[in-house]
Unconditional design. Structure first.
Lengths: 237, 298
């Protein structure tokens, strides 16, 4: 053990990818618990939601990766590892696309809600670099989920998207977010949520193909409605 | 696996490399790299420094600092230099301490003046002739702007203003003249200094003859069982706390590693003696998790 460690780079720390932090099972458990509590206590700690996802995703992530491997488009994504960030997107071109197209609506969503794809946390605690990419991809297409589901970034909209994602990915973090997110909502909103939005999100989630298997970057011109139909997402209420 | 530490430790221990190296936690870096990394650590932890201290030590750091102050036992009129004093914990305790000593002094004085009328006693309070701090002063010196900023805000918030000064400075090269201070303290700071010997030399220089050096710092636990529990807690829990509370795993990983790299009690004692201090000794707190070293300039 000593000899092998000596050969390894001093600062390496056995990093599998930039930003990777090695953690023991105990640390992962503590992180999962701590991040869950902190995320509930302070909903603005998006980094805690991210950490929760990483530390609890050990079953769901390989599952997702395998789904991607076995699908032609998903397989492509795993090979090419596209990233959605402001530097890789041609915002001007997307804005110029016709209304109703994925690209145009995505940009509109970003502007209306004043969000940017660059605020997604890079993974730290996933101990496999392919799985790290899978969770990164899941994070980066989150805004596209909003666009496809037609949900805004307020608490209600986020909870609906979480329900959809929970069904689609099986990530415990999504399940927890979907279950506990509504705690902070008013009763009126809870009613709408329970009677209309969640059932729709679940039905769509179950019916749709895996959203990670869509190479969105090659489909900017496709109309949103056509993509919804193709994927199996029912029209929003 | 739970107690294992990253690879760098092995090399550092055997002193294999010949380049001018230092450790940054368990990593091996050059002097400038170390200074820069430590600067970044404190810039990033400044705002959550106090919260993290409470979480990591379960509030016990407050007791350690109180004990330091009791050991110092400053009398009114003392001029204290608190180095790496960042968020002001030692400075505020100093002010509280001399204020209460001063109050007792004044009460004793009043006892001798019991022939004064109520009017005269009341008027003397109004005039504030009694100088609540007794001319004591504390200078808080820190190398990091962010930490000083947090300290100043805290002072304002808690109502400390009299007898308190904030100076940006480097423990290895203090911006003060020789023989100026009665007491020099450095609490949980010397571990982050890149050249401890220089910091100790500077401490000696700026102290008045008869002045006292006090250092409160994490040290080594010799009890094997306790040491294992301590290691377990340090390496498994503290970085997690850092990530959850401050969103910063790496700085707290650095913290626990730097504690392991710091010289143990006897070695630090020798370094303090080397610089010229006399009657150097130390006390362990909590079985050596923390130690207070003391020395005098004659």
């Amino acid at each position: 053990r000593g000899g092998q460690q000596e050969e390894e780079e001093e600062e390496g720390w056995h990093q599998l990818y930039p930003g990777h932090i090695r953690t023991s099972p105990l640390q992962k458990a503590l992180l999962a618990a701590g991040s869950a509590v902190m995320a509930l206590y302070d909903p603005y700690r998006h980094d805690m939601v991210a950490v929760l996802g990483e530390t609890t995703g050990c079953l769901a992530l390989p599952n997702l990766r395998d789904k991607m491997k076995n699908h032609p488009e998903g397989y492509h994504i795993l090979q090419e590892r596209p990233r959605i960030r402001l530097s890789t997107l041609d915002m001007a071109r997307l804005q110029g696309l016709p209304d109703g197209s994925l690209g145009r609506e995505y940009v509109r969503f970003l502007e209306d809600n004043k969000v940017s794809p660059d605020t997604r946390m890079p993974p730290k605690f996933v101990d496999d670099e392919e799985l790290a990419y899978v969770i990164q991809r899941y994070r980066e297409i989150h805004d596209l989920m909003h666009t496809l589901l037609g949900m805004p970034t307020n608490m209600l909209g986020e909870v609906v998207v979480k329900w959809f994602e929970a069904v689609q990915t099986g990530l415990p973090m999504c399940v927890l977010g979907a279950a506990f997110g509504p705690i902070r909502l008013s009763t009126r909103k809870l009613q709408v949520l329970a009677t209309e939005l969640v059932p729709w999100a679940i039905r769509s989630g179950l019916n749709a193909t895996c959203v990670l298997n869509v190479y969105y970057e090659k489909r900017w011109e496709q109309p949103v409605e056509s993509l919804r139909e193709e994927l199996g997402i029912f029209p929003p209420p | 696996a739970l107690l294992s530490q990253p690879a760098g430790r092995l090399r550092a221990r055997r002193g294999l490399a010949v380049r001018p190296e230092m450790h940054f936690g368990f990593q091996t870096v050059t002097e400038e790299e170390r200074r820069e990394k430590i600067n970044q650590v404190f810039e990033s932890v400044a705002k959550k420094y106090d919260v993290m201290n409470d979480s990591m030590t379960l509030g016990i750091h407050r007791v350690w600092k109180d004990i330091l102050m009791h050991k110092m036992n400053p009398s009114p009129g003392t001029l204290l230099l608190d180095v790496a004093g960042g968020t002001g914990d030692i400075a505020f305790r100093f002010i509280n301490y001399v204020r209460s000593v001063r109050e007792r002094q004044l009460q004793k004085k009043l006892k001798h003046h019991q022939n004064l009328s109520w009017q005269e006693i009341f008027e003397s309070y109004q005039n504030d002739k009694f100088n609540s701090l007794g001319d004591s002063q504390v200078v808080v010196c820190d190398i990091n702007r962010e930490m000083l900023k947090v300290g100043k805000q805290k002072a304002q918030h808690l109502g400390y203003s009299e007898g308190l000064s904030w100076v940006l400075g480097n423990a290895e090269e203090l911006p003060f003249d020789n023989d100026k201070f009665d007491v020099y303290t450095i609490a949980f700071g010397i571990r982050n200094v890149t050249r401890i010997d220089l910091a100790l030399q500077e401490a000696y220089r700026v102290l008045k003859p008869g002045g006292r050096f006090l250092c409160l710092e994490f040290s080594h636990v010799s009890n094997p069982l306790l040491s294992r529990l301590y290691d377990l807690y340090s390496f498994q829990v503290i970085p997690v706390l850092g990530e959850v509370i401050a969103g910063d795993w790496k700085s707290y990983q650095y913290l626990v590693e730097s504690i392991r790299q710091f010289p143990p009690q006897e070695e630090l004692k020798a370094m303090i003696e080397d610089v010229g201090f006399f009657k150097v000794d130390y006390v362990n707190l909590n079985f050596g998790i923390v130690a207070i070293h003391s020395g005098f300039k004659l």
